[in-house]
Design a protein around this ligand. Structure first.
Ligand code: EPU
Length: 345
């Protein structure tokens, strides 16, 4: 294959932020759409499935991957349309997420500030509908462009077709192994409403005496809060939140409240109640606990850390112990957030 040559039998250790050892049958980095097409054709000839990988910041590799692991480094930010102070922006999948947030802020396209410092690429962001500090990415996505792994054809999924939910989208279900996201279109505005109601953000801005914060103040507050509480994967390998926050019916929430008076709650528009899994794990005594090579971070109970040569299987066994203890204590089942590979997930 000219231009794009996959390598065989590649260690993925430096391509996942948990630093887990796993080998890919083949690995390729593509920098252009034609490179992507070539890589897809190669995988088809070799009869290998394709696994797209951004920065590997939301994956647990629990074994070797009999697949072509494909890393996109396609770049490009293009203003497609302007209307008053609104802008429609098309961004290539290989752009870094946090770089995009910083660039939008500096350029005066607002709305993404609460999502600052989330690791990963633009192409990975819609898959789990990244969200933080009261904002979900879905609210700013107009559509997602993708290529079919099956026949290389281009497709455009509008907002509704993406079936976004809390940490969820069609890319985790019906289209799970079938498409490679190539670009995302965002609708942003110069006068975007500020979202400053999330408790820790509100508290931070209050402490900084920011009664009327600017978009930059919000961005800087989010960056500071994240830096203080979430470990840097370069220093303590992790994949951010290891579990999703459970969303309970009102009835299950009432039952939980009897067992855990004072549990924080984020009521959802649906009438359901979102509970911080980190709070439950913390109350079960796991925060800061280490077991052999893995542990629960000392500042945030939702983050598991690989402290040495932990394997994906060891980490998942540790996670299972944590979720069993939460279920035993509070009757609440936890769901793992990052995508698992190399085992039936
Ligand atoms: N809490 C504890 N102990 C802990 C951690 C949290 O009691 O060790 C309590 C906090 O005191 C607070 C509540 O749990 O009352 C919520 O904590 P936090 O604001 O840190 O948010 P989270 O629900 O734990 C979610 C996202 C994060 C995101 C934050 C901020 C999920 C799975 N995680 O965490 O996303 O940054 O909200 O919006 O929804 C990620 O996905 O990797 C991630 C970091």
């Amino acid at each position: 294959m000219s231009g794009v040559t996959p390598q065989r039998n590649v260690s993925l250790r430096s391509f996942n932020t948990l630093g887990l050892e796993s080998r890919a049958a083949a690995f390729v980095t593509v920098q252009s759409d034609s490179g992507l097409l070539q890589a897809l054709r190669w995988a088809e000839q070799q009869k290998l499935p394709v696994v797209p990988m951004g920065e590997g910041s939301n994956v647990v590799l629990a074994g070797d991957l009999e697949a072509l692991v494909l890393r996109q480094q396609t770049k490009g930010r293009e203003v497609l349309a302007r209307d008053g102070d609104s802008v429609l922006l098309r961004v290539a999948a290989g752009e870094g997420w946090h770089d995009l947030v910083g660039w939008c802020l500096a350029t005066g396209y607002h709305g993404l500030e609460n999502l600052a410092l989330i690791p990963g690429t633009v192409g990975a962001a819609p898959v789990q509908n990244i969200g933080a500090y009261g904002v979900e990415l879905a609210s700013m996505i107009r559509c997602v462009h993708a290529r079919s792994v099956v026949d290389g054809s281009l497709m455009r999924l509008d907002h509704g077709q993406c079936e976004f939910g809390y940490r969820d989208s069609v890319f985790k279900h019906r289209l799970k192994d079938d498409v490679i996201i190539t670009a995302v279109e965002f609708e942003l505005t110069a006068s975007a409403r500020m979202n400053i109601e999330y408790p820790s953000l509100k508290q931070y801005l209050h402490d900084q005496c920011r009664q009327k914060p600017t978009h930059r103040d919000v961005y800087e507050a989010v960056v500071s809060i994240r830096r203080a509480r979430l470990p840097d994967p370069q220093l303590e390998p992790n994949a951010g939140s290891f579990f999703k926050n459970p969303v309970l019916s009102e009835r299950s929430f009432e039952a939980l409240k009897r067992l855990a008076p004072g549990v924080p709650v984020f009521p959802q528009a649906s009438g359901e109640m979102k509970i911080p899994a980190g709070w439950l794990i913390d109350r079960c005594g796991w925060k800061g606990r280490r077991q052999k090579n893995q542990g629960v971070h000392s500042e945030h109970a939702l983050v598991l850390v690989n402290y040495g040569n932990s394997s994906g299987a060891d980490l998942l066994a540790f996670a299972a112990e944590i979720s069993e203890s939460v279920e035993r204590t509070y009757g609440v089942a936890l769901e793992i957030e990052p995508r698992r590979y190399g085992q039936s997930a």
